[in-house]
Design a protein around this ligand. Sequence first.
Ligand SMILES: [Zn+2]
Length: 448
Amino acid sequence: VGVTSVWCEWALLPGGVAADVRIDVTDGRIAAVEAGAAQPPEADRRAGVTMPGAANAHSHAFHRALRGRSQAGRGSFWTWREQMYALAARLEPDTYHRLARAVFGEMVLAGYTSVGEFQYVHHRPDGTHYADPNAMGEALVAAAADAGIRITLLDVAYLHGGLGADGYAPASPLQRRFLSTSAEAWVERVGGHRLPANARLGAAIHSVRAVDPHSIATVAGWAADSGAPLHAHVSEQTAENTQCLAAHGCTPTELLADVVGGRFTAVHATHPSGHDIELLGRSGSTVCLCPTTERDLGDGVGPARALLDAGVTLAIGSDSHAVVDPFEEVRAIELDERLARRERGVVTVDELVAALGRGHRSLGWDDVGTIEAGQRADLVTVALDTPRTAGASPDAIAAAVVFAATGADVTDVMVEGADVVTGGRHRWVDVVDELRAAIAALVDEVPG
Ligand SMILES: [Zn+2]
């Protein structure tokens, strides 16, 4: 097995940014890291700062086709949802594969090396199974392999159309393809997945609006027995809190109290109560904030500082893909807190840098997200000679990246030892052409 050496002008190591760092990679893993190293003649030289790969812990790949189409005009999360449902109705395994391959390519270009795909478009539009009941999920897994990104397929249990004071509502016609007939039917279907090495299976509860308490226990039981991560949308909207309180007499997080823990990720948690924050922190849960989506949908600002103080691990997700940029996502955590509190320096640069990489663990990949021996070799290099990053202080490179860099400043991305992006270009996916073609094939009749 050959050793590849990458020699970095700067690298973000667990102890901070170091200069002249040699990273040896063997068989997809980091074998050795040496700071202050002489540049070996055969090494691949990376100017700029090389960082661990970022994790996109919450994605719905098809939402990318709504970018710029659903964002203008008035409305709310609930009016946006109608446009999203209309698009979902048109997806088929082949068209979704094509779109997802381009979207995952866009993610790698921006510096994401793992994605958690929160997949609920399972069935045909009329609610019946495809010949292969997992055809849609497997199209997404194949798309990730095509694009060179690691994937956790979060197969979503979605059982009801909504939650009212008098209980769970039946599905609307456009929701039919999302729904499993029961939690037991969901368990049976996910048991049929056969995934390749770049992929892992996770479980997801769509939300307390779509999954009743008995079914939450069934899905969480499957995840616990399988050692799989478990994700759920939680309190993105105050309406969800109101509906849950009316129907169950408790908050969504309280309804999930038996399933929170080290393998659990609450997505959004924009409107948690003080008790919810305590439950999430004490249990060692992760919260995946999706600030660019929460901002786009007018959801609100998640309480990042309070969650961190309670012991919650923060991760990020690009969710609706209004923006695909890990740097924009993490700086929004702090900048939105500033707007909400009219105060600066609420979340530290170290905490923001950590949030870039914490999602790998929440997706079930425990050995990705830092540059040290033994970890999978995911390396993202950010140029320091672009209009956004030029003039960065050598003493504050991490701050310059977190507050000023964008995905467009990423020059090189290695995923598990493989060079996927070099010189700012995906090596085998023409991301721009493929996005254009895949979106054009899907959206021409979508209103909005
Ligand atoms: Zn979502």
